[in-house]
Write a new protein. Structure first.
Length: 589
């Protein structure tokens, strides 16, 4: 990592300009970021009446320093930084594309739950709803024969957006090609790397850290497997990450607007009252649309909507506190929170209902005629189509909360972050049955195997889990907003599942929180590296160079581990002994 890597918000030594640390979390971030570029913000705690010495910095510029910090303000301020801000992310995106698109059609059969989602995706493009396929349709479908699809509606338990995207890929590539079944998932996986790299750059105010975040996602096994398998969770991850990224941008845009408008609402006594109104928030609306698409892919996105919604309102309230609003909590609720809740909730609901348009505008979907067949039942004040949709959702909810069928690879969420029990998506039984002579020809050994496991890169997940503990300390002790933002994504994708641990759930659900776990890890590594010391601080410089070497060594090790595990993420035909070398824990079989 280059020496100019800024140290994100975290512990620091007070600058000579002040004797005590600032009280506001954003002022803390500003002072720490300022240390990275040789600048400190001169200010008292937000909202205090304590007089300060005359400040030569104009009011608006001073507010921007408080609200965003010098590192964020400097991001992209030079042509070189803007170019590198795209070169690094695009480079790791290109690597991700190679890892995901190479031999995308292997295996050439439907893998794990592809048996549902691929055929459902194709049916949606033909009928507008999921249709039934009859008895044992997979062999015919895998051969490109779709004659088994009937117009009778199939009972499904997930919303349609992810399946529509899978169907679009099939339409583009042709149903006879296994790579076409997975094309949309692969594109989503590649885009997720680019989005994460750019979001991390914005969040952590560092191109180097943003590129590192993209690299860790590019080489992670779970991310690779979901980019090469047409399940819904990869699309869910992308929508959640994009929604989060829009909120990060909205935070910056709103704070710039707050700094611009603060002077205009001062009263005769120089007080801000509740602060200015911030007007239309286009990035927040975009976030709501993307989060609505996430919910319309899988219901588990609702936890992210709730937590991210609270997070963005808290950011607004703390921004008002930083500029001197006395009743900042009330101002955050009244000025920002009410509108935010209406925008986020209303847009999410609208997008979700719109995602069912194919089902609503046709007559053959499962349960579509329930209202016509049950007059006077259900929510009678709703139109017939929506009344049927509500009843359908009642059945879906009963399925999700009551699913207790035992499964070999079900996993308690306690072990998800350390990858205790990954899911085996594919295992080629035909290779196991080969004679020694045929096996020698297939893999160079007397016993062969080919597998796809959803195991993530062990080092990334183990280091990320440890980083969560450090980030929690940064949040609680130093009120580090960056740590809090990344931890919010981890918490939303993990903690709610403990309430459903009695039902059949799998460790691969953690793909939704993976980008946020990477953000936590990269942020903590950035804090460990810290800002560049002053020229006369030779001891500090030597210590920092040592930390940089350790971090670089860890990154090289992570990439090496990914190279080692790549064959068992992508169904290579390998000797059985080679596969067994990858079983590091009992739950990995």
């Amino acid at each position: 990592m280059p020496d100019e890597t800024p140290g994100p918000a975290g512990p620091w030594e007070p600058t000579p300009a002040r004797a005590s640390a600032p009280t506001d979390p954003d002022e803390r971030a500003a002072e720490h970021d300022g240390a990275a570029v040789g600048t400190a913000v001169e200010a008292t705690g937000s909202g205090a009446d304590t007089p300060v010495e005359p400040d030569p910095v104009p009011t608006r510029d001073r507010l921007l320093l408080r609200l965003l910090g010098p590192a964020t303000l400097a991001l992209g301020s030079t042509h070189r930084d803007r170019v590198l801000g795209w070169v690094g992310p695009l480079a790791v995106t290109a690597l991700a594309a190679v890892l995901r698109l190479w031999h995308l059609g292997t295996p050439d059969s439907l893998v794990f739950d592809e048996t549902y989602y691929v055929k459902d995706g194709y049916a949606l493009t033909q009928l507008g709803y999921e249709g039934q396929w009859g008895e044992d349709p997979n062999p015919s479908f895998e051969a490109g024969d779709t004659s088994g699809l009937s117009t009778a509606g199939e009972y499904v338990v997930h919303p349609p957006v992810g399946k529509w995207l899978i169907g679009l890929g099939i339409r583009l590539g042709g149903v006879e090609h296994p790579w076409a079944w997975r094309l949309s998932a692969a594109v989503a996986g590649v885009l997720a790397v680019l989005v994460l790299a750019r979001v991390a750059r914005r969040l952590l105010a560092s191109t180097a850290l943003g590129t590192l975040a993209g690299l860790l996602l590019a080489v992670d096994g779970m991310a690779i497997v979901f980019s090469r398998t047409s399940l819904l969770d990869g699309f869910l991850m992308l929508f959640l990450l994009c929604g989060f990224g829009c909120l990060v941008v909205d935070r910056e845009v709103a704070r710039r607007r707050l700094a611009d408008r603060a002077d205009a609402v001062l009263d005769a006594g120089g007080r801000l009252g509740l602060g200015p109104r911030l007007g239309f928030r286009g990035w927040r609306l975009a976030a709501a649309v993307l989060l609505g698409l996430a919910v319309a892919t899988k219901w588990s996105a609702l936890w992210f909507v709730a937590l991210f919604g609270l997070m963005t309102v808290l950011w607004d309230a703390l921004a008002r506190r930083a500029v001197g609003v006395r009743a900042w909590a009330w101002a955050g609720v009244w000025r920002d929170g009410v509108v935010a809740s209406l925008v986020v909730v209303g847009t999410t609901v609208a997008v979700y209902v719109a995602s069912w348009s194919g089902w609503l505008l046709t007559a053959g979907g499962y349960g579509r005629q329930w209202a016509a067949d049950h007059p006077g039942e259900g929510l009678t004040w709703l139109p017939e189509g929506l009344r049927s949709l509500v009843q359908y959702h009642v059945q879906m909810w009963s399925f999700h909360t009551g699913l207790t069928t035992p499964h070999t690879y079900q996993a308690h969420p306690l072990g998800w972050l350390v990858q205790w029990r990954p899911t085996l998506f594919f295992y080629d039984q035909d290779l196991v049955a080969l004679s020694p002579q045929d096996a020698l020809a297939a893999c160079g050994a007397e016993r062969c195997t080919s597998a796809v496991t959803s195991l993530g890169n062990p080092l990334t997940w183990w280091l990320g889990t440890a980083a969560c503990v450090v980030a929690l300390v940064l949040l609680l002790r130093w009120r580090d907003w960056r740590a809090g933002a990344a931890l919010a994504g981890v918490a939303a994708g993990w903690l709610p599942w403990f309430a459903y641990s009695h039902r059949t759930i799998f460790a691969f659900y953690a793909i939704a929180l993976l980008p946020f776990l990477v953000l936590v890890l990269v942020h903590v590594l950035g804090v460990a590296v810290g800002p560049r010391p002053a020229p006369d601080e030779t001891a500090a410089a030597r210590s920092r160079r040592l930390v940089v070497r350790v971090v670089a060594g860890l990154v090289v090790l992570v990439v090496a581990v990914s190279a080692f595990f790549y064959p068992v993420w992508t169904a290579w035909t390998v000797p059985f002994s080679f596969w067994h070398w990858h079983v590091w824990m009992p739950g990995w079989t």
